[in-house]
Design a protein around this ligand. Structure first.
Ligand code: NAD
Length: 468
């Protein structure tokens, strides 16, 4: 959690902070003038996002690489690609998802009614560093489709990507309705002081609480996409080879810096050696025997986080990996075995390429452990029989569940993505994104003809009383 980092040069930072209120006011004026309402404009802006990502994909992939060591293919696959797909889906369904929805005729009121999806206004999107393009634009395109004006706050911990986006957005998107405000704590604090119609925040729970407290002052609704520990249950009935493949992908993609990455695995003591052997095979299949020199294996975002990971694995029982080079931000794919709930690695979200295996007596013990912590963002179960899957679904709560797979649940626009309890509030993707950035306004229109409601108007005569 970085709550102290900010733009390095204080003079430049003060300059930015001083202009924030003014820049936000300009965007708010754009919304008030009705710029964002026409569907044609929304379509144009969505297409502009598409063009911006396509025409500059190499520069963006380079920036993501420079911030996170993320291989360009992975940058495209996990950041630009998903936003492009979302834009396509929003464009295809824009009319359907924004038009008023009629409700049945109300004979007792002799009235018609409909629900109008109206834009909320000017919204703030605050993004983290781990998927710096995706987590800024995935919510933003939903807000555009809903007809809102948007202020974008990229993460200062992915500075190269932040700089490129701050330059590109004004070249592609309508400056009357969009602004990118770069910076860290000082700038975000200034932004949070202002009144918004919605705040969409992705990041850690500590800052999530700061965002929600600031929003409360203005009664601003929030969506909080937070993190935490996402557990895995490997049932004795599981197909271990397939489970190992999904876990290797989920844990080591973006070097484990993914909000829905499998955080730790629970399984029985008998299963542990089989799982370790299968994971070792998969890790070698993915990254070879020297991940450090493999271009497909990324790096940790900064030295502080690399040192944090080194401390987490210090003293643990290491079955594979364990090498950390803080200076080059390298952390090897690491497997820990015989981990106990009281170990340091179990006290916080790992957010790195370290997979602890916690032997437990059975599924009941695993469920008890899941329920003892915050409600997870994601929960994974690998099992070939239905009983354990049903037990997990019936007796736990989490933002999402994937059965015999990892992480792909968030790539599906028909499955809302979000957390619950400690892992956040509100969900998005697909139609849900339009919903959270809109207000559902109830509209009733009296039909010409009789007025049955007059029965309830005074004077309350005995005849009316009888009719009630
Ligand atoms: P981060 O440090 O980049 O912070 C996120 C944003 O909060 C940044 O824009 C930053 O400027 C701002 N911020 C930081 N400190 C602040 C403060 N004191 N006041 C106001 N604003 C402040 O990213 P992070 O929080 O380290 O991100 C990692 C966390 O995010 C993990 O817990 C991860 O699980 C979670 N995450 C969740 C999702 C999701 O979709 N649910 C996605 C990605 C990451």
């Amino acid at each position: 959690i970085d709550s102290t980092a900010t733009v390095a040069d204080p003079a430049a930072r003060d300059g930015v902070v001083a202009t924030i209120a003014e820049r936000v006011a300009a965007v708010r004026a754009g919304f008030a003038a009705g710029v964002t309402r026409p569907l044609a404009w929304r379509r144009e802006q969505l297409r502009a996002v598409e063009r911006m990502l396509r025409e500059n994909h190499e520069e963006l992939e380079r920036a993501i690489f420079s911030d996170l060591g993320k291989p360009p293919v992975e940058g495209y696959m996990t950041e630009l690609g998903p936003v492009l797909t979302e834009v396509k889906i929003l464009l295809k369904n824009l009319e359907k998802w924004t038009r008023p929805k009629r409700v049945p005729f109300m004979p007792t009121l002799w009235s018609r009614g409909f629900i109008q999806r109206e834009p909320l206004g000017t919204v703030l999107v605050i993004a983290p560093w781990n998927y710096p393009v995706d987590l800024l634009f995935m919510p933003a395109v939903g807000a555009i489709a809903a007809g809102d004006a948007v202020v974008l706050k990229p993460s200062e911990l992915a500075p190269a990507t932040s700089e490129v986006l701050a330059r590109l957005v004004p070249q592609y998107l309508d400056p009357r309705a969009f602004a990118v405000i770069e910076g860290g704590v000082a700038e975000t604090t200034e932004l949070l002081d202002l009144a918004w119609d919605h705040i969409f925040y992705t990041g850690n729970g500590t800052v999530g609480r700061i965002v929600m407290a600031a929003a409360a002052k203005h009664l601003t609704p929030v969506t909080l996409e937070l993190g935490g520990k996402s557990p895995v249950w490997i049932d004795p009935s599981a197909d271990i080879a397939k489970a190992a493949q999904w876990l290797t992908w989920g844990k080591f993609l973006n070097t484990g810096q993914t909000c829905v990455a499998p955080d730790y695995v629970m399984t029985t003591r008998e299963m542990q050696p089989k799982l370790v052997a299968a994971l070792k095979t998969e890790i070698a299949n993915f990254y070879g025997n020297d991940p450090r020199s493999n271009p497909d294996y990324g790096r940790i975002v900064n030295e502080r986080h690399a040192a944090r990971l080194a401390a987490l694995i210090d003293g643990a029982e290491i079955a594979l990996g364990g090498e950390v080079d803080v200076q080059t931000r390298y952390v090897a794919p690491t497997l820990l075995v015989d981990v106990e709930m009281t170990d340091p690695v179990m006290q916080e979200e790992i957010f790195g390429p370290v997979l602890p295996i916690v032997p437990v007596a059975g599924i009941d013990a695993a469920i008890a452990r899941i329920n003892a912590g915050d409600k997870p963002l994601a929960l994974y179960v690998f099992s070939q029989s239905d009983g354990p899957v049903e037990a997990i679904l019936d007796r736990t709560s989490s933002g999402s569940v994937a059965i015999n797979a990892s992480m792909i649940q968030l790539g599906v626009d028909t499955l809302p993505f979000g957390g619950v309890g400690g892992s956040g509030m509100g969900s998005y993707h697909g139609e849900k994104s339009i919903e959270i950035f809109s207000h559902n306004r109830s509209v009733l229109k009296k039909a010409p003809g009789p007025n049955p409601a007059a029965m309830t108007f005074p004077p309350y005569t005995p005849k009316k009383e009888k009719l009630l």
